[in-house]
Design a protein around this ligand. Structure first.
Ligand SMILES: *Cc1c(COP(=O)(O)O)cnc(C)c1O
Length: 230
């Protein structure tokens, strides 16, 4: 097995992001979230020393271990399924929660953010392909969901997130990403007062360049930076 070089991997990912962005002709910035689930803090520190500014975790338990060590050397993103009873542990510590997908969670985020006197920055997770194994709102549930949580003043919706199907079918991937992009445009056009559609969090190791071509401005890359997880 060859030794994984985080530096080389990171360089490659950044180059690929740049190339994909050039292809689109867009001038915006792509936020790279280094997904550090199961990765130990020494390797995360190495990534941070190489310029990583955002990390993504999918378990509250792991965030609770890593945040006291890494402190504010990096921004934290909660990208996995968030249990309502764990919100209180991370509410004022994460920069962005990518996985808001149900009313009970929205209410808990609002309540806990209010208690901590902060605003919870969230993305709505959409299960575009309606895969049974994945959480997230269905496409036709999105607008009613938004209308229902608009009044919650300690939540700010900053965009949308999706996890594409695990497939090499490029046309399917493109259609999933395009759907999320269109939803974002549609919601932006409605000018809801508590919403700013700043982020489209889509694209992982296997599909981030395609996601960027289809409008993503926030990619979540784990394996591509740290190598295969154990
Ligand atoms: C694990 C994970 C990723 C990163 O996956 P890779 O294929 O390793 O890049 C991205 N997003 C979410 C929600 C994840 O759970």
């Amino acid at each position: 097995m060859s030794k994984i070089s985080i530096a080389e991997n990171l360089e490659l990912v950044k180059n690929n992001i740049e190339k994909a962005l050039i292809k689109t002709g867009r001038k915006d910035k792509i936020e790279l979230i280094a997904v550090t689930k199961t990765i130990d803090v020494d390797r995360i520190k190495e990534a941070i020393s190489l310029g990583v500014t955002n990390i993504g975790e999918n378990k509250v338990q792991e965030l609770e271990i890593k945040i006291p060590i890494l402190e504010n050397s990096v921004n934290y993103h909660m990208i996995g399924y968030l249990q309502t009873n764990k919100v209180k542990y991370i509410i004022d510590k994460v920069k962005l929660i990518h996985s808001l997908d149900r009313i009970s969670l929205a209410k808990e985020l609002d309540k806990r953010a209010n208690q901590k006197d902060c605003i919870s920055q969230v993305l709505l997770q959409v299960n575009v392909a309606e895969e049974e194994t994945k959480s997230g709102l269905k496409v036709n549930e999105l607008l009613p969901f938004i209308e229902e949580i608009l009044e919650l003043e300690h939540i700010k919706i900053r965009g949308l997130m999706t996890i594409a199907p695990n497939t090499t079918d490029e046309s399917l991937l493109r259609s999933v990403f395009r759907t999320l992009y269109k939803l974002k445009e549609d919601i932006s056009g409605r000018h809801y007062k508590n919403i700013s559609m700043d982020y489209l969090s889509m694209g992982m190791t296997n599909d981030y360049t395609i996601a960027i071509e289809e409008g993503s401005n926030m990619v979540r890359v784990g394996t591509g930076i740290f190598g295969k997880r154990k």
